[in-house]
Design a protein around this ligand. Sequence first.
Ligand code: ADP
Ligand code: MG
Length: 718
Amino acid sequence: MAVSRTTRTSSRRSSSALAEPVQRLRGVGEDSAKLLDRLGIRTVEDLLWHLPFRYEDYSKVVPLRSLRPEVEQTVVATIGHVATIPGRRGPPRTEIELRDESGAPSRHKAVWFGNAFIRQRVQEGQTVRISGKPKWFGQGLSFTNPTLEPADREAVQTARIVPVYRLTEGLKEGYLRRWLLSLVTSQRLALVTDPLPPEVRERQELPAIADALRQVHFPDAPPELFRARRRLAFDELLILQLATAQRRARWIAEAKAAPLTVDDGVLDGWVGDLPFALTGAQRRALAQIRADLARAVPMSRLLEGDVGSGKTVVAALAMRIASRCGMQSALMAPTELLADQHYATLEALFARGGPTVARLSSSTPAAERTRIVEGLQRGELDVVVGTHALIQEGVGFARLALAIVDEQHRFGVEQRATLREKGAYPHVLLTTATPIPQTLWQTLNRDLDVSVLDEMPAGRNEIRTEVRTPDALPKVWPWVKGLVSTGQQAFVVCPRIDPADEERETLFEQAWQPSAVETYDDLRGGALSDVRVGLVHGRMPQKDRDAVMSRFRDGEIDVLVATTVIEVGIDIPNATVMVVLGAERFGLAQLHQLRGRVGRRAGQRAFCVLVSPQSDSDRLRAMSERVEKDGTDRLLNGFELAQRDLRMRGPGQFLGQEQSGFADQLRVVDLTDIDPRLLDDASGEADRVVAADPDLERAEHRGLRDAVDELWERYAFA
Ligand code: ADP
Ligand code: MG
């Protein structure tokens, strides 16, 4: 019975009896309090919120003769002979012969390793309950390190569904369970304030908070446990939804954006002038953005789409709307090369009567920079594309109405906020190629709308993907060479820059660790000696990196050996091969993005070869796994891979530090597996509450307001 994860210190506003230090509880002394402190448990209430992360179901109680192997159960037995047997190497073990209630011997036994106390706790002839999962051993069944309680004592760790808690060294599980059982059966439990208005609780058919807490620690039965966890998860989701719904409501109330509108005819004209037809997904996203821009409430939208799904043109059309309304817009990209690419794209798209575009980066010559900065300041320049240089001090806008951050995850919160603050209340559009599963997104970022480009421009071929072991490389390189000889280009991506330091290599590290520098040297001197090989990695200065990337883009390099610095947005239609060495070292989302770097030219076959000693791992296999949906057989898309990635790596790693701030606050909700119906229910209630009482001022919303305030507080300090 595995459920979710860690717990966290609570600082809930609560009545004094719950705010008391844990030492006030019977049986919790100074030493125990110190141990609990290490788990972040200081008050009685902290202890109450130290939730089990899983359970052992020992509720099935059987007599000795009905004992079955390999099942969790509780047996009632009489203690027979007790023996302590010295260990050959490790600690001694204590073996107890089990007898049935009449005292008749059996071949079954219970064994404890290294637990000398057990001997003092039992007496021959005593009736006890023993819980665990026995296995065949010789001719009888044997429990290993089971829990044991005298049959005449209250059942805490046997004969029920038993909670399993996160522990710390020195803290005895049995004690913790006893403290919690007495806590949840004490009067104190009634002091927990229920944050939910009774009306919501009834509508959602949720148990009261005290019941939920009691059942979550010591469930009567699985259905009660389910209801209890559902209740606690509902609260967490509701609080999260309220927190972001409120933030949004405040933002809407105070912010006044410039409404940016354009006539159908004009927009249709621009779209008709594009060198290609927009995909359905692009048209839908554009319509959503256009509707946002037309309002006085600033847009706050994420444009999410696989690599190559065509986010730039959508952003460009939004910028064109702004400039037609006489307002300024800025597009910020994470690298100079990408800024250059966008600059070229915008210039081409705006060639016929569109606004002029300025480009600002750290390598912009001083005089040019001055001209641009002044132009922006005076409102003479409508559209600017650039790097971090855009958010430097001294760069100001006369009337910035649209701020776009490309590849938003490459920037910090601060940087995005700084761009936003360059205008009064600009509309904000963020783009990303990292697909975040919908439910996860809704849970964490309700105040950001999402447009999804879930359709690729026509003519893109599927990228043929194969997973190979390193011993296939002697065949891979000549094949790459063959493709190069027909004018195509290839990427070879490595997980590290330098070779591993051999002296420091331990037994565990002797894995295959291909490095970019080494691979580059090897290929140049060997398998690819007669093609032009280039090298780019993250330790090179940005200037040098950009120079190499430009040469690759211009066809002066055939095979580019790289680290993941190439992950970001650059568009090289002639590249058709992506070889990833040490593929097991990358996340699935990352591999998907790397793969998306090739196959940009319609009608051209493209390949991705993932090379790894673990070529049959589930993770890598997912990259070439096929599904059949809506009549087409295809590779898993970015969203499907992201969902897998999230499951396999957990929300912390998947989201990265910045985004997981809220994730860390959750005790019950498992972000890798959010129940969409519960989320819907919670967000529906959040809407209802905010609509009726935006500032949560009503008495019945007091509990919710405290919880929301506390969430922000803890989030801010996380
Ligand atoms: P990303 O979503 O990764 O930022 P880009 O905006 O860089 O993708 O677009 C990738 C390429 O696809 C560009 O060369 C762009 O001109 C092209 N493109 C965008 N939309 C379409 C379309 N509807 N049809 C054909 N090509 C398109
Ligand atoms: Mg892009």
